[in-house]
Design a protein around this ligand. Structure first.
Ligand SMILES: C[S@@+](CC[C@H](N)C(=O)[O-])C[C@H]1O[C@@H](n2cnc3c(N)ncnc32)[C@H](O)[C@@H]1O
Length: 439
């Protein structure tokens, strides 16, 4: 394909999006301080437009990589050099609260003022922020002074973003740096206590046990923030990871007065969305004791309506122990299985089976990766693959494709059967419905 042909594709998709934006009186995409914080395409827009957006990102990345050239795109185009310094800069901005140090005014702040407000050496913060401006985070509108862009403004105003960045930039970034040592020391990745995370944090505890320690519990709070961020805003492109998918991906209405056990349900964001829509359902959210303590204390903020709130209860339970709640209609797992290798996932599933009544379902919401080679090389695809590496370096977990899910379910118990993988077009997040074969 010639460069002109790719550019023509770009033009076609950009025009489709521009027309929709103009016709619906939506804000123009912009990095200006007052520009929209998110790409202004609503989730309910026609699928063709979500596809146009993904295709636009794909074609733009292709033309960028091509014009950089194959060799230089490896050396300079983020793989060899930029990625870890991007993370270094984002981590510094996030943990030194740099965005908070710049007011939302035309004058912004000088580097000296940012240094004074953050307590970081002026030369250090200047160099970090100058790198950030290349990512359109802050604008150095005159030498020595920066003001906000839409991206830095989001880092100032969006508390969920501040929290969601942390697991990626702390545990994720540091584990990534120790990946090779972990491979050399431990070999494979089936075990959850012999990972890059274990080397990076010099611990024999697995990641989840580690973040339960009293002095490390802030990490658990940030993980919950990251989950809530994905639930609210989705992934790079499209609606993946959002509430809409879970609500639409399973026929909740058919349960009629049933009980849903959300295993590893963290702070109950799924219930906060489901309970108001399905008044006949009751929910039990299970998680590790410190998570449950925090979650139940704060659940009123997520779901203030008392009538809905009282149908949701919390229970401390480890999914590595037999499931204590018998005869629920659905045992629900969102973002759980991808944390663990097949060996551990099989244990988690086996622990549910003795509690399953006739007709009960296990419902898993997790990645269903496209078959290798079948996905366009979009940033979203890169994000999914990064997710896979993140899970591998943290806990030996992994993202799975449809064939992997079938294999895993059989490994857990021959009687388990996947009835349906509901994977909306253009998405990587699926709702997997599993039954016991004996019906
Ligand atoms: C990636 S988060 C997903 C949370 C939630 N399901 C969601 O989608 O927002 C994984 C959750 O598993 C919980 N978890 C980890 N180990 C657990 C265990 N042994 N038993 C129960 N929950 C556990 C963590 O505390 C965390 O809340």
């Amino acid at each position: 394909m010639s460069l002109t042909a790719i550019a023509t594709e770009i033009l076609k998709h950009a025009q489709a999006l521009d027309v929709y934006i103009a016709e619906h009186d939506l804000p123009q995409p912009s990095f200006d301080r007052d520009g929209p914080a998110m790409f202004p395409l609503p989730g309910h827009a026609p699928d063709s437009l979500h596809k146009a957006r993904t295709a636009l990102m794909d074609a733009s990345k292709t033309i960028y990589d091509l014009t950089e050239g194959p060799t230089n795109s490896v050396m300079w185009g983020s793989i060899a050099v930029s990625n870890h310094f991007t993370s270094m800069t984002l981590r510094a901005l996030n943990s030194f609260c740099v965005a908070d140090a710049v007011p939302l005014t035309d004058e912004g702040a000088s580097y000296a003022e940012i240094a004074a407000a953050t307590g970081v050496d002026e030369e250090v913060i200047t160099r970090i922020v100058r790198h950030a401006t290349t990512m359109r985070i802050f604008d150095e509108f005159c030498p020595g002074r920066v003001r906000h862009t839409a991206s830095s403004r989001a880092m100032k105003e969006n508390q969920l973003l501040k929290e969601a960045m942390k697991p990626c930039l702390e545990e994720g970034f540091q584990s990534a740096a120790h990946f090779n040592e972990a491979v050399a020391k431990f070999g494979g990745v089936e075990e959850c206590k012999t990972t890059a995370f274990n080397i990076a944090f010099d611990t024999d505890d697995n990641y989840f046990t580690f973040i339960q320690r009293p002095e490390e519990q802030h990490r658990g709070k940030y993980l919950a923030g990251m989950m809530r961020y994905m639930w609210k805003y989705g992934g790079t492109a499209g609606k993946s990871h959002t509430a809409e998918e879970v609500l639409a991906g399973f026929d909740w209405a058919k349960l009629e007065g049933g009980l849903v056990v959300d295993v590893g349900g963290s702070h109950g964001s799924v219930e906060a969305a489901l309970a108001p829509l399905h008044k006949e359902l009751k929910f039990i959210v299970q998680d590790l004791p410190p998570v449950v303590e925090l979650a139940s204390a704060n659940f009123n903020q997520l779901l203030p309506n008392a009538e809905d709130n009282c149908r949701v209860s919390f229970m401390a339970h480890s999914f590595f122990d037999p499931q204590p709640v018998k005869d629920a209609d659905v045992y629900f797992f969102r973002h759980i299985m991808h944390d663990w290798s097949d060996t551990y996932c099989a244990k988690i599933l086996k622990n549910i089976i003795p509690s399953m009544k006739k007709g009960a379902r296990i419902v898993i919401v997790d990645y269903v990766l496209p078959d290798p080679g079948s996905a366009p090389k979009t940033p979203a695809d890169g994000e999914n693959r990064c997710g896979d590496l993140f899970m591998m370096s943290l806990l030996g977990g992994k993202e799975r494709g449809a064939a992997d899910w079938h294999k895993l379910v059989k490994l857990a118990d021959d009687r388990l059967k996947i009835l349906n993988i509901n994977l909306p077009d253009n998405q990587v997040y699926g709702v997997i419905e599993i039954a016991l074969d004996e019906e």
